[in-house]
Design a binder for this molecule. Structure first.
Ligand code: ADP
Length: 476
C-alpha cells in the first residue's frame, strides 16, 4: 500500500498524542506525587519541630498543663487537617490532639522506633500498625538537658497527598490537551500549505508522464510550492513547444525533400518513356543534377545542425587571423561575383587581426553570410565585409544593399527552414538552414550575432568574437 505524506503526518500526530499522554501518566505522575509528598513532609516536620521546641518543652518543664497543651495541639491539628501526638521515648502516648488521654490508662504505640523515618524525616505507612489507612508521619525529638525527653509525631492521611498530587497532574493533562489542539493548527497549516499544493503537483507530474504537456498546475502561492509549480508549468510549456517545433521540423524536412525528389522522378520518367526526346536529355539532366545538389546541401545542413546540437558543440578553439579567413571566403565567391556583377569590398582593421575561436566553424559562418548577401544583392552593387576592434571584442560585419528583410521576418529568419516571402523568387535553392547554423555556432562561442536590415535598402549581419592576445604581440 502506498503511504501518503498526509497519512504519515497524521500518524506522527497520533504518536505525539499517545507518547505525550503516556509520559504524563507515568513519569510526570510519579514526579508530581514525589514532589507533593516531600513538600508536605517538609511542612509537617517544620511544624513538629516548632511544637517540640515550644508547647512540648513547656509541658516537660511543667510550665503548662497537659490540658492546655492538648487544646493547643488540637486546634493546630484541625488547622492542618492532621493528628498530632506527643510520645515518651518508650512510645507511650502523652498527648493526642484527637482525644484527651486518661492519665491512668497507659496507651503505648507498640514497637515504636523513632529511627523508622527516612533521610527526609518522614515515613509512609500505618505507623507500627496504629492506623488502618496509610499515613505520612513525621517525628521530631523534644530535647532538654542534653537528652531526648520525648517525640512530637504528626500524621496526615496519605490519601490527601495523593489527592493534591492528582489535582496537580490534572493541570498537566489539561496543558497536554491544549498543546495537542494547538498542534492541530500546525496540521491544518501543513495540509493547506504543503499537502494540497503537493497533491496538485503530483497530479500534474502524472499528467506529464502520460504525455499531457498542456496540463497546468494552479498553485499561486508566493513560496517554494508556488515557484516549483511555476517552474513545472514552464517546463511543460517548453516541452510542448519543442514537440510542436519537432513536428514542424519533420513537416518542413519532408516537404523540402519531396519537391526536388518529385521533380527528379518526373524528369527521369519523362526521359525513359520518351516524352523528353534524347536531344533534350542534357538540358533536363542538368536540372536533375541541380536538384540533387539541392538535396545534398539540405542533407549537409541538417547533419551540421544535428552535430552542433548533439555534441554540445565541441569547438576546437585556436587563435587565428580573421582577416585572412575573410579574404579566403571572398576569393571563393569570385566567380559568383562576376556572374552577378557584384563586388566584394573588404574594410579590414590591420593587416592581421587575431581572434579566438573555432576557425572552421567561423569560416562556415562567413561563408553562409556572404553567400546570402550575394544571393539577395541587386546587380552592380557592393557587399562590404568589415572588421573592427572594440575593447576585447572583434566585430565582423557583412553588409549588402539588396532586398533587405521585412521587420516582421527579422526574428524568424534564425529559425530552421524559414525563408522570407521576398527572397523566394530570388533564391530557389535556399534551404532556410544557413542562419540557424550561423546562430548556433556564434552562440556556442558565447558570442552574439545581430541583424540590422531595412526592406528594400539592404541588410547587415554583425557578429562578435573574442579578441586574441596575439594582437598585442603584433603591436610590440
Ligand atoms: P537560405 O539557405 O534560404 O539562405 P538562411 O537561413 O541562410 O537560409 O536564410 C533564411 C532566410 O533569411 C532567407 O531565405 C532569406 O529570406 C533571409 N535572408 C538571409 N540573409 C539575407 C540577406 N542578406 N538579405 C535578405 N534576406 C536574407
Amino acid at each position: 500500500m502506498r503511504k501518503t505524506l498526509y497519512f504519515k503526518f497524521i500518524l506522527a500526530y497520533v504518536l505525539f498524542g499517545i507518547f505525550g499522554f503516556t509520559i504524563v501518566a507515568t513519569f510526570v505522575s510519579s514526579m508530581t506525587l514525589e514532589h507533593t509528598r516531600r513538600e508536605k513532609a517538609d511542612d509537617m516536620y517544620r511544624e513538629a519541630t516548632l511544637i517540640a521546641n515550644t508547647y512540648a518543652t513547656d509541658l516537660y518543664n511543667s510550665e503548662v498543663s497537659l490540658d492546655s497543651v492538648q487544646r493547643q495541639l488540637s486546634s493546630i491539628a484541625t488547622f492542618m487537617d492532621a493528628e498530632i501526638w506527643i510520645l515518651n521515648p518508650s512510645g507511650r502516648m502523652v498527648v493526642d490532639s484527637a482525644k484527651t488521654i486518661d492519665p491512668q490508662a497507659v496507651v503505648n504505640v507498640e514497637g515504636y522506633d523513632p529511627s523508622v523515618v527516612n533521610k527526609d524525616q518522614y515515613v509512609v505507612g500505618t505507623f507500627f500498625g496504629w492506623f488502618t489507612e496509610d499515613q505520612i508521619s513525621v517525628i521530631a525529638p523534644i530535647t532538654g538537658e542534653y537528652r531526648i525527653k520525648g517525640y512530637v509525631c504528626i500524621h496526615l492521611p496519605y490519601s490527601q497527598i495523593v489527592d493534591s498530587a492528582n489535582s496537580l497532574l490534572n493541570i498537566s493533562y489539561l496543558e497536554l490537551l491544549v498543546l495537542f489542539l494547538l498542534s492541530l493548527i500546525v496540521l491544518i497549516f501543513f495540509t493547506e500549505m504543503v499537502y494540497i499544493p503537493l497533491k496538485k503537483i503530483t497530479t500534474a507530474t502524472e499528467q506529464y508522464a502520460a504525455g499531457n504537456m498542456n496540463y497546468r498546475i494552479k498553485v499561486e502561492s508566493e513560496d517554494e510550492m508556488g515557484y516549483l509549480s511555476a517552474s513545472l508549468n514552464y517546463m511543460a510549456s517548453e516541452i510542448a513547444r519543442q514537440e510542436d517545433d519537432q513536428k514542424k521540423f519533420v513537416a518542413n524536412v519532408s516537404h523540402d525533400f519531396r519537391s526536388p525528389l518529385t521533380s527528379i522522378k518526373g524528369f527521369l520518367e519523362a526521359m525513359i518513356d520518351g516524352t523528353i526526346p534524347p536531344e533534350m536529355h542534357e538540358k533536363y539532366l542538368k536540372v536533375v543534377l541541380n536538384e540533387t545538389n539541392r538535396l545534398t546541401k539540405l542533407t549537409n545542413g541538417l547533419l551540421t545542425l544535428n552535430n552542433l546540437n548533439t555534441s554540445g558543440m565541441l569547438l576546437h578553439k585556436t587563435d587565428f587571423d580573421i582577416n585572412a579567413i575573410i579574404r579566403e571566403v571572398a576569393e571563393s565567391f569570385e566567380q559568383t561575383c562576376k556572374d552577378k556583377k557584384v563586388a566584394i569590398e573588404l574594410v579590414l582593421t590591420g593587416e592581421k587581426l587575431y581572434v579566438n575561436g573555432d576557425v572552421e566553424r567561423i569560416e562556415q559562418v562567413l561563408y553562409n553570410l556572404v553567400d546570402n548577401a550575394l544571393k539577395f544583392s541587386h546587380h552592380d552593387s557592393v557587399v562590404r565585409i568589415e572588421t573592427t576592434e572594440k575593447h576585447s571584442k572583434i566585430f565582423t560585419s557583412v553588409k549588402d544593399s539588396g532586398i533587405g528583410i521585412p521587420k516582421e521576418d527579422q526574428k524568424q529568419i534564425w529559425e530552421r527552414f524559414y525563408k522570407t516571402d521576398l527572397s523566394r523568387g530570388k533564391d530557389k535553392n535556399g534551404t532556410g538552414l544557413g542562419l540557424s547554423i550561423v546562430r548556433e555556432i556564434i552562440r556556442a562561442h558565447g558570442e552574439n550575432i545581430n541583424l540590422v536590415s531595412t526592406e528594400g535598402v539592404g541588410s547587415e549581419f554583425i557578429f562578435s568574437l573574442k579578441r586574441s592576445d596575439m594582437n598585442d604581440e603584433l603591436d610590440d
